[in-house]
Design a protein around this ligand. Structure first.
Ligand SMILES: [Cu+2]
Length: 337
């Protein structure tokens, strides 16, 4: 029975305000899902990862930013042996794409990390070693809406990381992360992560760093986790370590956000300014989702799209349809038809 529910959920993966990375774009074409990206086991693939200190009803699939699932998503190590290793030249790009036609319609930064596999055997590596950051992007258009399209990744369906030319040859986990910060003002950033298994060739002899552990790189007391996007542009305190400069290791701490001219970090103190009042829940532009009956309905739902899932036992996503009518197929699955 557990398996039948899981497979129904797998079938029900649909475009959503939430998302997951499942394929690599190679020579302009997205490949088969989970070829080089480790598949993961969370019940609802597109669900975000949250802090264990967040209210229980807001946590999804028991995945925590301060737990092992923050490495490569829930249960991803189980898929390691069955995931191919993508060969990539140092200095080259790796692009990942969201599954099921989703787009990143949450404001927030994107970050890229690598961790070298012991013995250069990434298929046997659980990600418990040292991680370094190879890139990040935050605000690309300061004049745009800071709650939406000011962010580089807004409405995109791909992320691209460049392997630093100085990266030594070897096998690595390459971790892509997008963080939705629309609810950071209530200490609830949402992390979306996937790992690609890569083999770097033609590399250099740099010494990557600074190093962090996952979990460990993010804390619920970090400024990014308390940041408010409401009330106009503010310099965003990018979480995690400084981006590796591509040469030697540096004993640095937080990096100033490279996309923003201001360097003063946002204080982590709670905002007291009364104007404008941040929304208690996620701002909605689409019709308010029906919340009746579906205990634990997602605090950041839009209505489900046509053919999207809109209900069923254990479902915590949107229970309304932006197109079509929500029809029950069976007790575990309702769909917008
Ligand atoms: Cu969300």
């Amino acid at each position: 029975m557990k398996f039948s529910v899981a497979s129904l959920v797998a079938v029900a993966q649909v475009a959503s305000a939430h998302y997951f990375f499942d394929s690599n774009v190679i020579n302009g074409a997205a490949g088969r899902p989970f070829t080089y990206i480790r598949d993961f086991t969370r019940q609802t693939k597109y669900n975000p990862i949250k802090f264990s200190s967040n209210p229980a009803q807001d946590i999804r699939d028991n995945s925590f930013i301060d737990g092992d699932d923050i490495r490569c998503n829930q249960g991803a190590f189980k898929a390691a042996g069955n995931t191919d290793v993508l060969e990539v030249g140092a200095g080259g790009d790796v692009t990942v794409k969201l599954g099921v036609g989703a787009r990143m319609e949450h404001p927030g930064p994107s970050l890229f990390y690598m961790s070298r596999a012991p013995g250069d055997d990434v298929k046997a590596y659980d990600g418990s070693g040292d991680w370094f950051k190879i890139g990040e992007e935050g605000v690309c258009n300061q004049g745009a809406d800071f709650t939406r399209d000011a962010w580089c990744s807004w409405a995109r369906d791909t992320l691209t990381a460049t392997i630093p030319a100085g990266t030594p040859d070897g096998e690595y986990l390459l971790r892509f992360e997008h963080i939705g910060i629309h609810r950071s003002h209530v200490n609830q950033p949402e992390h979306y992560v996937s790992c690609v298994q890569v083999k770097v060739v033609g590399g250099g002899n740099g010494t990557p760093g600074p190093m962090v552990k996952l979990p460990g790189a993010y804390k619920d007391s970090d400024p990014y986790a308390k940041f408010s996007i409401y009330g106009g542009f503010k310099s965003f305190p990018m979480p995690g370590p400084a981006v590796w400069d591509g040469t030697s290791s540096s004993a640095g701490g937080q990096t100033p956000p490279k996309n923003e001219p201001e360097t003063s970090p946002t204080p982590s103190a709670p905002e007291t300014s009364p104007s404008p009042v941040p929304p208690k829940s996620e701002p909605e532009t689409s019709p308010a989702p029906a919340t009746g009956g579906d205990k634990g309905a997602s605090p950041c739902t839009k209505c489900a799209p046509l053919y999207g899932r809109c209900g069923g036992r254990g479902f915590t996503g949107p229970t309304c349809c932006s197109q079509g009518t929500c029809r029950q197929s069976n007790p575990w699955y309702s769909q917008c038809l």
